[in-house]
Design a protein around this ligand. Structure first.
Ligand SMILES: Cc1cc2nc3c(=O)[nH]c(=O)nc-3n(C[C@H](O)[C@H](O)[C@H](O)COP(=O)(O)OP(=O)(O)OC[C@H]3O[C@@H](n4cnc5c(N)ncnc54)[C@H](O)[C@@H]3O)c2cc1C
Ligand code: FES
Length: 286
């Protein structure tokens, strides 16, 4: 697993937010936006974060929230779903608006474990955002392309993010399947694709479980179901990487807010093998 806090890119003061601003803003769905951000002071540019790492973002007047990188190069992007006051404040940012940024933090997806392996990426809802830099790396990798399946679930057709890019992944040789929980959208065009839980898409992929690595991100209930379904197909829990979610404050292993069992998610995760995180996720209220 990778190192924890990228202190160099936090300029040696990991608790001090740096001032960045929104360079570009793209609406993904009615409540989700992708922002491309740049440092106000170009001398504070950072090395590309690792796929799966996260930053602490704060829009003016709101508290900080952990948000994964949805792109790490050539631009730094975050994709945020508005679910409460702080995420709404980030959602409402417009081009040119400032925001506070700390990070990158966390372990990230370990791309090294994909060598000579079948790869299954399972994403639920906004969980596709943290997985997007990983999928981008896989689609650029000649050796990985033909061995990679990306399974995406969303509640409704209108909630599928990165639509054009998903089509491009498929055109470039990844096996991509998208499913929605409800086929009849209240707005937008009628859905002619697959309907049902994302775990059912696992029936469509042909992998050798003994040499498969899976990457899973989404709501906790979906991650638990995915780990279980992959396990039933013979994929070992140590070969399934999941991204855990807990409230975070410091993001540098000091405050204990993100503790899950003996793990601090900000320091030891948020990406961890299901062999470690799975049993902890199974215990509610931990
Ligand atoms: C490591 C990590 C990476 C994350 N990456 C992303 C990301 O890339 N994009 C993103 O949009 N969010 C991401 N999140 C979740 C994000 O941090 C929360 O949505 C945010 O903290 C909510 O703060 P708030 O003040 O807006 O809402 P709160 O007031 O804290 O919550 C409002 C309501 O939404 C619920 N809620 C909180 N989080 C979520 C959630 N993730 N999904 C659905 N309901 C939720 C709460 O239970 C509450 O009922 C990540 C979280 C972690 C720990
Ligand atoms: S957020 Fe403070 S210890 Fe993890």
């Amino acid at each position: 697993m990778n190192a924890t806090v990228n202190a160099a890119s936090s300029h040696g003061a990991p608790m001090a937010p740096r001032r960045w601003r929104v360079h570009e803003r793209r609406a993904e769905t009615a409540d989700t936006v992708t922002i491309v951000i740049v440092p106000d002071d170009p001398s504070q540019a950072i090395d590309p974060p690792r796929p799966g790492q996260f930053a602490m973002l704060s829009a003016w007047g709101a508290h900080e929230i952990p948000v994964s990188y949805s792109a790490v190069e050539p631009s730094i992007e975050h994709t945020v779903r508005s679910v409460g006051p702080a995420s709404e404040a980030v959602f409402e940012l417009r081009v040119g608006d400032p925001l506070g940024v700390r990070g990158p933090f966390g372990t990230g997806w370990d791309l090294g474990v994909t060598d000579d392996r079948d790869v299954v990426v399972v994403a639920g809802g906004i969980g596709l955002a943290p997985l997007r830099p990983l999928v981008r790396a896989l689609v650029d990798d000649d050796a990985a392309r033909g061995r990679t399946s990306v399974l995406i679930g969303a509640r409704t057709p209108a909630e599928v993010c990165f639509g054009a890019e998903i089509a491009e992944w498929s055109e470039r040789g990844l096996t991509v399947e998208v499913t929605v929980d409800a086929a009849v959208p209240t707005t937008g065009p009628r859905w002619h694709g697959r309907v049902g839980l994302v775990t059912r898409l696992l029936d469509l992929v042909d992998v050798d479980p003994r040499r498969t690595t899976a990457f899973v991100c989404g709501p906790e209930v979906m991650m638990r179901a995915s780990v279980h379904a992959l396990g039933q197909r013979g994929v070992g829990a140590e070969s399934i990487l999941v991204s855990g979610e807990r409230n975070m404050k410091c993001a540098i292993g000091h405050c204990g807010h993100c503790q899950l069992g003996g793990q601090l998610l900000c320091r030891d995760g948020a990406v961890m093998p299901a062999s470690i995180l799975g049993p902890l996720m199974a215990v509610r209220e931990l």
